[in-house]
Write a protein that binds this ligand. Structure first.
Ligand code: NOJ
Length: 549
């Protein structure tokens, strides 16, 4: 393989293609059915063939897997089931040699309950410095039997869990916005702030180029008592003012300004992307040049396949990002959401949660339509200015696996919601690498989540080199994008057809997408790439074509 030299351009990330690896489901090197770091290293050639700028690794840290690794027991180590720090260093070196940079996931809102700090807190007295690293409070009611406030957990129901004292009597309560195994840190505590700076330096020193920041909007809370009520969680219709009790508080930005100073200690400066579930106007604040640099824009991931929705979201987000000196990001799938191939194949407005609970039996997903739309949407975002985040397996056209047997479900959402919400396992099923063999080449053992037989025809070896496959479409589109992309400018071109969106970039590069099902006229120009079959002069429904004029 040709050895690449990574540039020192401080803006390398502004129009990057970044591929999310969910390490436990990417590739297993040791036969235990769990993907690992060496598995990733063994597939650097594959990643290079996708023409990516970077990969982002979801957590690979020591964890009891109460929430797929987002319950971190040690922020500066590798889970022994996934490898060692030496394996990690080898992986980074191999990726860098292939011209691919590395983002790791930082989970600053909460740790695992197995983190040494939390164990120490449990063993310490109320009010002790060890408890002050987390959010412990006495309960309400005569005997402290009621939670300190009505705050709900994202994984339902209450965000508070009561502890048991060493002598067996009921003790204080602690806050967890997610599972009880994920106690929230107290970000008013300088020791917590300092420890995360150490973690950022630890990974930056090992060559990590960037960070994905988990629930970046939740770190600062109004902990003044009596606690303010917070009955509603995320309400996009109700823009937050920066003074909400739990989310998107103005002071959270002080944290990221400090992080940015650490980023500046390196060449090129490190960068980060915020996962902040807030409205676009507030989200872009996390991406300011003296903070994280980027923020995930989830608006397209939440939208239907609809021309007017896409146009509004794209126009607004590019403008907003520009106002704050950043570039927009684009996301259609990730490890938390139903895969977009499936989403676009369901009748509009169908309740995905209900469908998952039916184990996929009640309703036929129109996979063909879903895949055509997914490919068209992906080609459209790849032509836009800004960074695209792609989720492992979307390049294979993988679908949501709806029929994971209830007794094999891993997501804590399933238990915490009393078996009314199946959660996110369906998009986390291990990748198929070969159409034959145990776990389709993912592992020599049984995959940790069951793979459907239909993965055989979507396997990497079944698609590699095959004209018209989803994999080859991604490879070509990402290669062309790299060659064609220059400035961050773009311009809408009027089509006169409400189902068709057409825009141009510099140097005559154009992208045109037909969101409808009827054929539309294809604008003139040299065809560079099409997401589907088409006749001369025709832009079929659910299709994107790139042109050069
Ligand atoms: C967002 C992550 O993407 C999700 O997977 C996780 O459950 C929560 N944050 C809690 O860490």
């Amino acid at each position: 393989m040709v050895r690449h030299h990574l540039s020192e351009d401080p803006n390398w990330w502004r129009q990057a293609a970044i591929y999310q690896i969910y390490p436990r489901s990417f590739k297993d090197s040791d036969g235990d059915g769990l993907g690992d770091i060496r598995g990733i290293t063994s597939e650097v050639g594959y990643l290079a063939s996708l023409n990516l700028d970077a990969v982002w690794l979801s957590p690979f840290y020591p964890s009891a897997l109460a929430d797929g690794g987002y319950d971190v027991a040690d922020y500066r180590n590798v889970d022994p089931r996934l490898g060692t720090l030496v394996d990690f260093d080898e992986m980074v070196a191999a990726l860098h040699d292939a011209g691919i940079r590395v983002f790791v996931d930082i989970v600053p809102n909460h740790s695992s309950n197995l983190h040494v700090w939390f164990q120490e807190a449990l063993a310490s007295e109320p009010g002790s410095p060890a408890r002050e690293r987390y959010i412990f409070r006495d309960g309400r009611g005569d005997n402290g039997e009621l939670p300190p406030s009505d705050w709900p957990s994202h994984f339902a129901p209450s965000a508070w869990t009561r502890t048991t004292n060493p002598d067996g009597t009921p003790g204080q309560w602690y806050l967890h916005l997610f599972a009880p195994e994920q106690p929230d840190f107290n970000w008013d505590n300088p020791e917590v702030q300092e420890d995360f700076l150490t973690t950022l330096r630890f990974w930056s020193d090992r060559g990590v180029d960037g960070f994905r920041v988990d629930v970046a909007h939740a770190l600062k809370k109004d902990l003044g008592e009596p606690f303010r009520s917070k009955p509603v969680f995320i309400d996009f219709d109700n823009p937050l003012s920066g003074d909400d009790v739990l989310f998107d508080r103005n002071e959270v930005h002080d944290i990221y300004r400090k992080w940015h100073q650490v980023f500046e200690e390196y060449t090129p400066p490190r960068v980060a992307v915020a996962e902040a579930w807030v409205r676009a106007e507030r989200r872009v604040l996390y991406a300011r040049p003296d903070e994280l640099g980027q923020a995930f824009n989830f608006d397209l991931l939440l939208a239907d396949f609809d021309a007017s929705a896409f146009k509004r979201i794209i126009t607004d987000n590019i403008a907003l990002a520009k106002t704050e000196g950043s570039s927009s990001t684009w996301v259609l799938s990730n490890h938390d959401r139903v895969r977009h191939t499936t989403k676009y194949g369901l009748p509009a407005g169908y309740d995905l949660r209900e469908w998952l609970l039916s184990n996929g039996l009640k309703l036929d997903v129109d996979y063909k339509q879903g895949l055509a739309r997914a490919q068209a949407a992906t080609m459209m975002i790849l032509a836009l200015p800004g960074s695209c985040y792609l989720y492992q397996g979307e390049e294979l056209g993988l679908f949501e696996v709806a029929n994971i047997p209830f007794n094999q479900v891993q997501d804590p959402i399933w238990e915490r919601n009393h078996h009314t919400d199946k959660g996110r396992d369906g998009c986390r099923v291990p990748l198929p690498w070969s159409s034959q063999g145990t776990s389709f080449g993912f592992s020599t053992g049984q995959a940790h989540l069951p793979q459907p037989s239909a993965f055989a025809r979507l396997a990497v070896d079944a698609q590699s080199g095959r004209d018209g496959s989803t994999l080859e479409l991604y490879r070509t589109a990402l290669k062309l994008r790299r060659e064609l992309q220059s400035t961050e400018d773009y311009e809408w071109i009027e089509t006169g057809n409400p189902s068709v969106l057409h825009f141009s970039r510099a140097n005559g590069w154009q992208s045109v997408t037909n969101f409808g099902s009827a054929n539309a006229a294809l604008p003139p120009g040299q065809i560079l790439l099409s997401s589907g079959q088409h006749d001369s002069g025709v832009l079929p429904g659910n299709t994107t074509i790139w042109l050069k004029r």
